[in-house]
Design a protein around this ligand. Structure first.
Ligand code: ASP
Length: 440
């Protein structure tokens, strides 16, 4: 319930309400800005506010991951319990991601959104792709880079050559995690007395970074409002006269959104019932109210990495997950556990195949399942990454990467949904792993 301070009349609302209000104001402003053609003002004076908020969140991602992983590992009783937690997390990551792709494939095969796409619209989409990419070529270059990589490239990429190089780019989060894991592990293995000064340093860093999260979250409503306003205004500017093209992709977009909602509100609870210890129906309410603000922030930023600071706060403070579990599962999950992304990649690949009149065999669908799992693991936790990695999925069934042209238009919107699902799954897995841990 909202409470109003009596002395200073300060409005005190729960975080999720503040973020929701920010989102609604952002959408309302964005809509007005499109109607009134305020794009110039929005681009010059509103978008920078959203960008600053995103940067602030990204700014603390690397120190947060290092400090929380190292301090988390240092609290482990022994290496065996670390191993158990690691294996449990990995099994859950893989199980939930595979389930998500299976849902995506199931929906796309059932609804067949690609067969409803008129061939003339398909040609139009392909043409607009070629002309727009001729201008900046960025997406194409990134896709070509991905195209020429082995599917297991993410394993090579997870080991940094230089920690400063890795820490200088948020896209290298997996490398930062590898370093932090090695550091934390070595810290446990050396005599406690020798490790103490370094551990004190990381504990102190951890506390400071969490305070930074608090400070940054105090401007979240404003940041979220600005992000929503600029996303809307950019979407309108990009689709321009091509609204009917967007509408032609409506069934495909609805398939992705429906799949993600099924995943978040039907499959995730089932997974918790099956895997979490002593999970009761009443715990579901606690789970969703704890993670709701993180889901909203994921929706607004389209980045699991940018949401990570808030995910930590929600999971540790509100789900009461032990810091050593959260410190291990959340950074790893934000980087490799992407259920929403893998579901989306499954739907998108089948949609593109259907639009080109290809009938996928059972073994091709199995290949899609496997490569979508791998591609989602390899996707960076930043906006749009899942679409770039779709190239690997398409290649695996012998399709041309240019097929991505068909699904670019609604991607920003779908990214918002899939990122929310990605973050929800990370919270869920930390909760499940925590339920199997004993001691503090
Ligand atoms: N934006 C997603 C995330 O950060 C990744 C994706 O593009 O699917 O989780």
């Amino acid at each position: 319930m909202p409470t109003f301070g009596t002395n200073n009349m300060r409005l005190k609302l729960p975080l999720y309400q503040k973020i929701l209000i920010g989102m609604l104001l952002g959408v309302a402003y964005g809509w007005l800005s499109i109607q009134q053609e305020w794009q110039f003002f929005t681009f010059n004076y509103i978008q920078p506010l959203g960008d600053v908020f995103m940067r602030l969140l990204q700014l603390i991602a690397v120190p947060l991951v290092i400090a929380s992983l190292v301090t988390g590992l240092a609290q482990m009783k022994d290496i065996a319990s670390l191993g158990r937690m690691g294996i449990r997390s990995l099994i859950l990551f893989l199980t939930t991601t595979s389930l998500a792709v299976a849902i995506g494939l199931g929906i796309a095969n059932l609804v067949k959104p690609g067969e409803q796409l008129p061939s003339q619209v398909r040609t139009q989409l392909q043409e607009s792709y070629t002309t727009s990419e001729a201008g900046n070529g960025q997406l194409l270059t990134r896709q070509q880079q991905v195209e020429n990589q082995p599917a297991l490239q993410f394993i090579t990429d997870s080991v940094p050559k230089n920690i400063f190089g890795a820490a200088s780019d948020n896209g290298n989060m997996l490398q930062v995690i590898t370093f932090a894991l090695l550091l934390g592990l070595s810290l446990v293995l050396i005599p406690a007395e020798q490790g103490k000064p370094l551990l004190n340093f990381f504990e102190s860093l951890n506390a400071v970074v969490l305070k930074m999260v608090d400070l940054i979250m105090s401007v979240a409503p404003l940041g979220v409002a600005a992000l929503m306003a600029s996303v809307l205004s950019n979407l309108a500017a990009k689709s321009g006269g091509a609204v009917e093209l967007l509408l032609a992709l409506g069934t495909y977009a609805l398939c992705v959104i429906a799949g993600i909602l099924i995943l978040m509100f039907l499959v995730n609870p089932l997974v918790m019932f099956v895997f979490a210890k002593k999970f009761k129906f009443a715990d579901l309410k606690q789970f969703y109210s704890a993670v709701f603000p993180a889901q909203l922030l994921a929706f607004s930023t389209s980045s699991s990495a940018a949401t990570l600071p808030l995910t930590f706060e929600r999971v540790e403070q509100h789900l009461k997950v032990r810091p050593r579990v959260a410190g291990f599962v959340l950074p790893l999950g934000a980087t490799i556990n992407m259920d929403g992304t893998s579901l989306y990649q499954g739907v998108a690949a089948v949609f593109i195949a259907q639009a080109f009149g290809l009938d996928l065999s059972f073994s091709e669908q199995l290949t899609l399942l496997l490569t979508s799992v791998l591609a989602s693991i390899g996707s960076a936790a930043v906006p749009g990454a899942g679409m770039v990695m779709l190239v690997i999925v398409l290649k695996s069934i012998g399709m041309d990467a240019a097929g991505i042209a068909l699904i670019i238009a609604p991607d920003r919107l779908l990214d918002m949904f899939r990122t929310s699902a990605n973050v929800t799954s990370d919270c869920m897995i930390s909760y499940i792993v925590n339920s199997h841990e004993t001691g503090d």
